[in-house]
Design a protein around this ligand. Structure first.
Ligand code: GLN
Length: 451
């Protein structure tokens, strides 16, 4: 791993966590509903004033000619951008150790523990109080899992609610811009600004669907579904006991805790990695040092693309590119189709257990269903960097397996938020039906009050 060093590191920001890749030279205080809040952006969200590196050596000098739509909206609302956050290269990872700019340190601990990933820099910046909120991206858990490790809120809205225009793609059918914050008030104000239709993003949720969700009212008695598939053997005792304590408190206050089953959760992990690797192999092919990125002049010109990509892309990105290209090849059989079917089954199972209709698929309301689903966000607290690295060394799968907790909401495209439990080192995840983001935020706030 090469350390590339920081740019324009203003003396006014102390960053003991390596949460920032660049710092804005002259942050301007804004005017508007979000003033005087300060924020940072994951470095796969384009800004014109600083490079957008995606924590990759191949993009270390890349300047975007435009700001992402979310950056423009936040600017117009008066929020002040302070800098760009470290991440796992192109969003691939769960620990922020796959970065050309070095790993991020978790602010909750004295010793070096990982901040989670891939939006580890965003989570550390918010948890370490370098800014009021941060925007990350969540493809399979990258906002929720680092939020859980760093003791803050991490919200992945419904797929399509927030514009992806100007956000460097990892897997286009999953990537969702999310918000990391320390409290619900800031998180909601931010969401209200970026929750907009954008004609520049072909996957932006159309206005006619947005109108269907109406105002969100919490019922007196919330019906909370507990999918047993999430209670896996790998989960730590502490996580379990924190989780059960919250469920007990909710039950004591008269809310209903209802066991439910979504069998496809068991197959979600391989389905997700099959689909996102295929997508990444395709979207990342543009980074060849010819159209985008750094070019290393090779001895033999015909090797220019392979040389640039071998030197410019990190090992995890190369691994997934190989896997994705294999999946898309005729030799791989029908992995892609099988994975797509698992995704579809999971959506159907969600529609069966949740009470709200899925307006995208025109499913009916289900009076016997639950309002939200809950689960821990991760198996345990943040591991030390040594433990994490040695676990990945003994088996690569150990780097992926934690994602089983967050991937189902990503496959379903539904909104999901991680809320710190009574012990901040653990997070509880709350999910709801497609489009019911405002309901979800209210329910999650109620659940937070019962931890
Ligand atoms: N850890 C998952 C992955 O590497 C999720 C990453 C993300 O949400 N960007 O794909």
């Amino acid at each position: 791993m090469h350390q590339l060093g920081k740019r324009a590191l203003a003396t006014s920001i102390r960053d003991p966590y390596n949460a920032l890749i660049s710092v804005r030279a002259n942050p301007k205080p804004g005017n508007g509903p979000l003033a005087p809040l300060t924020w940072t952006a994951k470095d796969n969200i384009t800004t014109t004033e600083e490079p957008t590196t995606c924590a990759s050596a191949i993009l270390k000098n890349y300047y975007s000619p435009f700001d992402a739509t979310v950056v423009r909206l936040l600017n117009e609302a008066g929020a002040t951008l302070l800098g760009k956050n470290n991440l796992d290269e192109f969003g691939m990872g769960s620990s922020n150790t796959n970065s050309a700019f070095g790993p991020v340190k978790n602010p909750l601990y004295e010793e070096f523990r990982v901040a989670g990933g891939s939006s580890g820099g965003s989570a550390a910046a918010v948890s370490g109080e370098l800014c009021d909120f941060s925007l990350g991206t969540d493809t399979g858990g990258s906002v929720r899992q680092p939020a859980s490790y760093c003791g803050i809120l991490g919200f992945k809205p419904t797929y399509g609610r927030v514009s992806r225009w100007g956000v460097v793609a990892y897997a286009q059918g999953f990537d969702t811009v999310g918000i990391l914050a320390r409290d619900f008030a800031v998180l909601r104000r931010t969401f209200d600004v970026i929750d907009k239709y954008d004609e520049k993003d072909v996957t932006s949720m159309p206005i006619w669907i947005r109108k269907k969700f109406g105002a969100a009212f919490l019922p007196e008695k919330l019906k909370i579904g507990v999918p047993h598939e999430f209670l896996v053997g790998e989960m730590s005792e502490e996580t379990r006991s924190e989780y059960f304590a919250t469920l007990r408190n909710l039950q004591d206050s008269g809310h209903a805790i209802i066991p439910v089953s979504l069998p496809s959760i068991k197959k979600a992990l391989p389905a997700y990695y099959t689909l996102v690797s295929a997508s990444a192999a395709s979207t990342l092919s543009r980074f060849d040092g010819v159209r985008y990125g750094v070019s290393i002049k090779p001895e033999y010109p015909e090797t220019i693309v392979s040389t640039n990509r071998s030197k410019g892309l990190g090992i995890e990105v190369q691994r997934r590119t190989l896997l994705g290209n294999f999946t898309l090849s005729s030799e791989s059989g029908d992995h892609f189709v099988q994975a797509t079917k698992i995704r579809q089954s999971l959506v159907e199972e969600m529609n069966d257990v949740l009470t709200f209709p899925n307006h995208l698929l025109n499913t009916p309301e289900n009076p016997d269903g639950v309002h939200v689903l809950v689960a821990p966000t991760a198996f345990g607290e943040a591991p030390t960097i040594e433990d994490y690295k040695s676990a990945c060394k003994s088996s690569l799968v150990n780097g992926y397996i934690n994602d089983i907790m967050t991937i189902p909401a990503s496959l379903a495209g539904c909104p999901s938020i991680s809320v710190p439990m009574r012990n901040r080192r653990y997070g509880l995840q709350v999910m709801s039906q497609y489009g019911y983001d405002h309901f979800l935020l209210k329910a999650a706030e109620l659940i937070e009050a019962h931890r």
